[in-house]
Structures are given as C-alpha cells and as structure tokens.
Write a protein that binds this ligand. Structure first.
Ligand SMILES: [Zn+2]
Length: 379
C-alpha cells in the first residue's frame, strides 16, 4: 500500500515537474491548452497542477499577446523571484559575485579585489560582500538557494579539496575552509568547467547534440571537455587543464613552474603582469598600430592557434573560446581560424572555432546554475 502510494506521488511530482519545466523554458506565457497539447496531459490534470504551482508561488499569470478575437486566454509564466542563486568566481586578483533570479536574470554583479588568497579569508570575503549585496536588494537569507564558487584549479569534491591552483598558488586546501564562513549551502567547482556548462546551456537544442571543447582564457588558462552535455572530468579531476599543455619546450616559465605552457603565452597575465598595463589598454594600443604590442598580440594569436589545433587533433569537435580575453578576439577570429586550419593536414577551414556567448561571466552563470537546477529538479 505504501509502495503504491509513493508510486502515485512520484508520478504526480513527475507530471508537475514536466509542466513547470515546460513553462520555465517557454519564451512567452503558456496557456493550459498549450500545456495539454504539448505534454499530452488532460485538461483537468493541467488545471490541478497549475493550481498547485500557483498556490506554491512557483508560477504567476503572465501577459499574453493580444488575441485576434474572442476572450483572451490566460497564460502562465514562472515567478522569477521565488528564489535566488549566487555565483562567485575567485581569480588571482579579484572576486566577482553574481546574484541571479530563478530564470538566471542578473540581479547584481560586482567585483571586489581579492584581499588574500587563503581559503578561509576568501570565504569570509565572499560572505561579507554577499551580505551587502543581499541587503542592497532586500533579499532575505531564506530566499537564497546557495552559493556556487569557482576557482582556477583542480577541484576534487570526493576528497573535498582544492588540489592545486597554480594561478592562486594554492595547494591542498579543504573546501570546508572556504565554505565555513558562509551560512548557505556551498558548491565549489573549477571555473572552466562552470564556464563550459554556461555555454552549453546557451546552445540551441540542435547544437546541444554535439560535443565540444571549451578553452577558458583568463589570468590563467583552463578548459573543459563536454561530452553528451556533461563535463568529462578524467581520472584525477584534471581533464581540460589545457593551460599547462606544453607548446614550446624552451618557452617562458609558466605559473606552474614548467616551461612553454599555453598559459605562459596566451593568458592575460602576459599583458597585465609582464607589461604592467590592463588588457583593455593593451588592445587599444594594438588597434592603434603600436608595433611593440602588435608583435606581442601576433605571438599570442600564433600560440593560441597552436593550442587550438592540438585540441582539435585530440578531440575532433568544436572549440569554444571563453573567458575574459576571448572578448577581444572577435575582430581576429577569421585570422585565428586560418592560422589554426593552416597547421592541420585535415582541415580546410577553421569554422570549428567559435566564440562563447558569455565571455566575461560564463563561470559565474554556470556555478550559480548548480543551485537553480537543483531547485527546479526538486519541484
Ligand atoms: Zn604551466
């Protein structure tokens, strides 16, 4: 009897969840008739579930487009403000915090300088800034689903450890050190994996069927391999550490201590640390034809094309470029494609190289999505 009852309640939950997801994914409000037609449910079933979702505050009536005649039908859309998710990304210089509603709309996004690259201090700094952010928007703690935090480094959640972050000079840090100062559920993941997840979410249903490699160009360089919409993490959780792929054995010393890594050539640190100017100023100078900077930019593009071609050789799928530095690549994309294709005996063009949709906040969006997705799955 108990089994029978739990089966029925499972089925009811499944029905309600499918309806919520349909409404969530729809661009415009959805009528009961549309739900019945699209999901194959009877109108009484739709009616009952709409009632339950309305009562729980999950959905609300939405504005319908004007009908051509007769009585306008009532449409439903999700209540975006039912809960909020937080994404935070830690880099060698700053912490960025993104607050999103349930539809992943940005409510707030702020950047503060990183005070200290130590686990507990990072947790405290995120907690303090988040408090200010929630107070600014009048959001109570109970409305926050959780805080996702990304680090540029190898994260092993089975061992609850940041194994290594060459960019932050961190090694064997317990995730609990970072999470402890926060009074919300915390999820910690590699920045590139989260960036790739955000890009995957932004793909069309047709594009989602294809595997891709994500190359994340920031202060450091990371990456992720997405197969069937999921990151391939590897035996040691180090899959996609493309930044430390050796491009030239005799190249410059990298953050990791080895020579000639892709990161040593193509990360933004090559500009900000070595030249002492911002990437923005550097690119302005490149566009103005500053010969010294143009030569460096050409060298960055050259080594980037080598790295990308290597990834194409290894994975034979699209390569999506993301991260802070990728936003400067658009005017040079065709050139980069030609350079990469020219290195390969197999390619006639470099169309497999694409720019991500969210160059500056993919990691934040991806990690915030963790809690939003969990919430939607539980409806
Ligand atoms: Zn390296």
């Amino acid at each position: 009897m108990q089994d029978e009852r739990s089966r029925i309640s499972d089925r009811r939950r499944h029905t309600r969840n499918r309806m919520y997801r349909y409404i969530y994914n729809a661009v415009t409000p959805v009528t009961k008739q549309q739900l019945a037609n699209a999901l194959g449910f009877s109108l009484p079933t739709v009616h009952q579930n709409i009632g339950e979702l309305m009562e729980a505050g999950m959905i609300r009536p939405g504005e319908m487009q004007k009908s051509t005649g007769g009585r306008p039908a009532v449409g439903y859309t999700v209540n975006e403000k039912i809960r909020y998710s937080v994404g935070a990304s830690v880099t060698s210089t700053s912490i960025r915090i993104l607050l999103t509603d349930i539809r992943q709309n940005e409510i707030d996004c702020r950047t503060v300088p990183l005070l200290s690259p130590e686990g507990a201090k990072i947790g405290k700094q995120i907690a303090a800034e988040l408090d200010r952010c929630l107070a600014d928007h009048g959001i109570d703690d109970g409305m926050v689903l959780g805080v996702g935090i990304t680090f540029p480094g190898v994260i092993d959640r089975r061992k609850n450890t940041i194994v290594l972050s060459p960019t932050l000079k961190m090694k064997d840090i317990a995730l609990s050190e970072v999470a402890e100062p926060l009074r919300f559920p915390v999820f910690i993941e590699n920045d590139s994996t989260c960036g790739g997840a955000a890009e995957w979410l932004g793909l069309s249903p047709e594009e989602k069927k294809e595997d891709f490699v994500y190359l994340y160009l920031e202060n450091g360089i990371g990456g992720a391999v997405f197969i069937n919409g999921r990151p391939y993490v590897g035996s040691n959780r180090r899959s996609g550490e493309f930044g430390h792929m050796c491009i030239r054995p005799d190249g410059p010393v990298c953050n990791c201590g080895k020579r000639g890594c892709l990161e040593a050539y193509c990360s933004s640190l090559r500009i900000t640390r070595d030249l002492g100017i911002s990437a923005e100023t550097f690119m302005q100078e490149v566009r103005r034809g500053n010969e010294q900077y143009l030569a460096i930019w050409e060298d960055i593009l050259l080594h980037l094309s080598i790295g990308i071609d290597n990834l194409r050789m290894a994975f034979d799928c699209s390569v999506i470029l993301g991260g802070y530095m990728s936003r400067y690549l658009e005017p040079y994309l065709e050139r980069l494609r030609e350079m990469a294709a020219g290195r390969s005996p197999f390619e006639t063009d470099g169309d497999y190289i694409r720019l991500g949709k969210y160059p500056s906040r993919a990691a934040l969006m991806g990690v915030a999505w963790h809690f939003t997705n969990e919430f939607i799955s539980g409806i």
